[in-house]
Design a protein around this ligand. Sequence first.
Ligand code: KG4
Ligand code: ZN
Length: 411
Amino acid sequence: MTDKITILSIETSCDETGISVVQYDKDKKTYTILADSLNSQIEIHKEFGGVFPMIAKREHGNNLTGLLTHCLRTISPNTQPGVDEKNIDYGLIDREKELTEKIIQELENTNSLLLKIPNIDYIAVTRGPGLEPALWVGLSFAKFLSKLWQIPTLPVNHMEGHISSVLIGSDEVDFPTLALLISGGHTELVDVKTWGKYSIIGKTRDDAVGEAYDKAARILGLSYPGGPLIAGKAEVLRKNFSEDYIQLQKDKFSIKLPRPMIHSHDLDLSFSGLKTAVLYMVRDLKKNQNVENLSEEIIDLICHEFENSVSEVLISKLNFANKAGDRKYKNLIVAGGVIANNFLKEYIQKWCQKNEINFLKPEKSLATDNAVMIGLAAIIGLNNNYVKIIQPNTEEFASLKPDGDWTLNNI
Ligand code: KG4
Ligand code: ZN
């Protein structure tokens, strides 16, 4: 028995194509990233102001093979057994045109690393939640490789991936832990009893936090994704002016946004009203000032107000979750793309200090979607015996397909 588990992981749930190789050392209990490659489609989706599932699918198909060969080169020792060519099964990827073309191209090279069985124990892949056309590409690719190399597939939940992203660079997590997941597609408060035992105790009724950032940015004429742009503008304001001065300026232009559901005495969230409030505010300001475009100064003030609103609402829900129920949470995990936000991070850090809760967050590069987190979740699932280990050439393998709505409640 080896004392290490090595996982090749694949992420294609939204607009990032990721492949990585992550290793767990059972003796030292450490996680190491052996290889990592990521291709962001942001520049392509920017044009449309959001993610188009069929374009995301096409791009994943175009990118996966190149990202894989990059990772295989990074981990490759010189001698590896060759694959049995009867295991090349194009039937597993026949719904994926771009992917098939790239794989055929790659396999024309008889020295291709794909034709050598790599030194990995499992292939982990995001099965959901996410955009189904995008998920299909990653899952079909994983199945193709699984059959080719006769290595089992592990289907992984994307949101569990976000939770697991905090494991790089931190100690083992103790429980109970509260998790706040804030991304472009999800906003969830999760009670983590232990690994694999999740219960969603609160979530958004409509838009996710990241989605609200992106939509508000669009209304303000900023590009996609709007989160980092709004954050950048609010940060510049905070750096250069006192809070009192900023408030005075906001009062001058009547810039005040609601704090949706802040007093609702439950863990539900809602961000679509906030986006609509930005829309009306922009419309009214333009009308009052009789201008086509708002000044930079006003846009910065709206960004600042928007970020304050989101942060205050999230903190109020953390307060509620921490006080409700009889659990004494040891950790707060905050993960998902929006935790790349420095202001929110500091705000939550202070809240954790005040409430004597340990704050766990991913390294910045692992906050937004990536494949490393999928490998980490797979390792956790293996170590705690709940991830499905699907052998190629089985019924279960043949029927394995994505689930765009796979919730953490059903791990
Ligand atoms: O987790 P993620 O990469 O993808 C999903 O699974 O959705 O999250 C992407 C979201 C986008 O909505 C983006 O605007 C937001 O995270 N985001 C931010 C920041 N960086 C990314 N939101 C606020 N502040 C940021 N600095
Ligand atoms: Zn995500």
